[in-house]
Design a protein around this ligand. Sequence first.
Ligand SMILES: CC(C)(COP(=O)(O)OP(=O)(O)OC[C@H]1O[C@@H](n2cnc3c(N)ncnc32)[C@H](O)[C@@H]1OP(=O)(O)O)[C@@H](O)C(=O)NCCC(=O)NCCS
Length: 178
Amino acid sequence: MAAEGEVKRLGKLTVALGTLTDKNVKLVKLLNGVAFPVSYNENVYEEILQHPDYGRLAYYNDVMVGAICCRVEKGGTNGHAAKRLYIMTLGVLEKYRRHGVATQLMEYVLKKLETETDIEAVYLNVQTSNSAAIAFYEKFGFKNVKTAENYYRANIDPPHAYVLFRPRDLDATDVTYE
Ligand SMILES: CC(C)(COP(=O)(O)OP(=O)(O)OC[C@H]1O[C@@H](n2cnc3c(N)ncnc32)[C@H](O)[C@@H]1OP(=O)(O)O)[C@@H](O)C(=O)NCCC(=O)NCCS
């Protein structure tokens, strides 16, 4: 057992990644329903299906334990013709957290971006109290670039979100959020 104050390390679970389809999007909805404090509108799932290249489901022993869903957006820094990737949802079932599942989903997305040079950055919104997700994204080089006050319309406390942003190429100093 980990001593008080010591972080318990649980070891990596290697997951298989599957594609997002109109057949399994319901599973993603179920997963997000238990993983997130907010529930997403139906149109979020319709949108997710428009960007299947950036939607991945993580399976451990044939059980879906996590998923990442993104959309590609037009518009980059200072009117660059570039695009951005917006992470709409990234969730892992509670029992499977701290086993590197979200890391494998994020690594998949970042690897895919290496081949899509017209996408200059990745960003997302996260509830200001979500320290687990903030620590997770910081590990991948995301920076907190803005506080979006009253971002969440649902009755959740706090209702505010941070915008976390990272250029696709971490050393690209000319790629900024604004
Ligand atoms: C955020 C979330 C997706 C992380 O998933 P996960 O599979 O547990 O993440 P990983 O195991 O890959 O974690 C990688 C690293 O992120 C950081 N991290 C993850 N969870 C953390 C936590 N609770 N506290 C501190 N750091 C954390 C750690 O540095 C961790 O590495 P380590 O375990 O070797 O210390 C998961 O907690 C989750 O589903 N939360 C609810 C949904 C959500 O808030 N999604 C994010 C908003 S889109």
